[in-house]
Write a protein that binds this ligand. Structure first.
Ligand code: FAD
Ligand code: FES
Length: 230
């Protein structure tokens, strides 16, 4: 991933939509013209304050799932108190957001590149954003069960779903699907998801001598280098 100059914005974003799209997974669209105009590319994230109460003092990082003019979309999974609080937000409510933060994926549209995008768990948001930006790509999205998926398994369109319990797509995890794919010298793996998944993909990339860009979503605080939390 490529490091970039920071053009950070902070603004009071307005909730446009906030809907459950799969079991425990929600999509929120925010009107945030300043952050949207500073967006550089897939891989970046924003940091949100759900309200200004003492109960929710720390911002929560969420990857950008889509930018559409002045709208910023996130896809989030209910993990704890703050993400549960996110689900209570209604159109017209506001949230303070900081961003765009982080580095961007690179080379996905370079000549001869054959990108394979892999998303698991909460790592699916930046991968979907990257998929939209790719001229061509294969995408693998993993979940435990069919009810956590909101896309369809469409191998003809190069979209592969996996489930641990076999209730949708390929039974197994994203590595099961990846290992059935032919890699070439032009393959680049792009992945975001839980740490064990990223380690497995890293090992596979090393074994196959394939290039890879991995986006790590470790637990963090401020997101801007102030709190020493990462
Ligand atoms: C750069 C970045 C991008 C992210 N993008 C997304 C996204 O697009 N969608 C999404 O749903 N989530 C994303 N996350 C994770 C998200 O920030 C956390 O799930 C959220 O902060 C949890 O807040 P909470 O108050 O609901 O849960 P908390 O009460 O803070 O946590 C609940 C439990 O989950 C654990 N936990 C929380 N966050 C993480 C984490 N990142 N890694 C491992 N364990 C964790 C805690 O230790 C605790 O046990 C991202 C994280 C980072 C760092
Ligand atoms: S999250 Fe605060 S310093 Fe990295």
């Amino acid at each position: 991933m490529k490091q970039r100059q920071i053009h950070l914005k902070i603004e009071q974003a307005i909730v446009l939509r906030n809907e459950q799209i799969a079991h425990g997974i929600w999509r929120m669209s925010l009107v945030a013209p300043d952050v949207a105009s500073a967006y550089v590319g897939p891989g970046q994230f924003i940091s949100l304050l759900t309200d200004d109460s003492w109960d929710h003092l720390v911002r929560r990082p969420m990857s950008i799932a889509k930018i559409n003019e002045d709208e910023v979309d996130i896809i989030y999974k209910i993990f704890g108190d703050v993400t549960d609080h996110f689900t209570k937000k209604c159109p017209g409510d506001s949230m303070n957001i900081l961003g765009p933060l982080g580095n961007v994926f690179t080379d996905y549209n370079s000549e001869f590149a054959e990108p394979i995008l892999i998303g698991g768990g909460v790592g699916l948001a930046p991968i979907l954003n990257l998929y939209d930006a790719c001229e061509k790509a294969v995408m693998i999205i993993g979940a435990r069960s069919a009810d956590e998926h909101f896309l369809n398994h469409k191998p003809d369109n190069s979209v592969y779903l996996t489930t641990d319990d076999g209730t949708a797509g390929i039974e197994g995890n994203v590595l099961t699907a990846l290992k059935n794919m032919k890699l070439s010298e032009n393959t680049i793996l792009f992945a975001c998801g839980p740490e064990p998944m990223l380690i497995a993909i890293q090992n596979y990339a090393v074994e196959k001598n394939a290039r890879a860009q991995l986006s790590v979503e470790s637990y963090m605080g401020c997101g801007v280098g102030l709190c020493q939390g990462c």
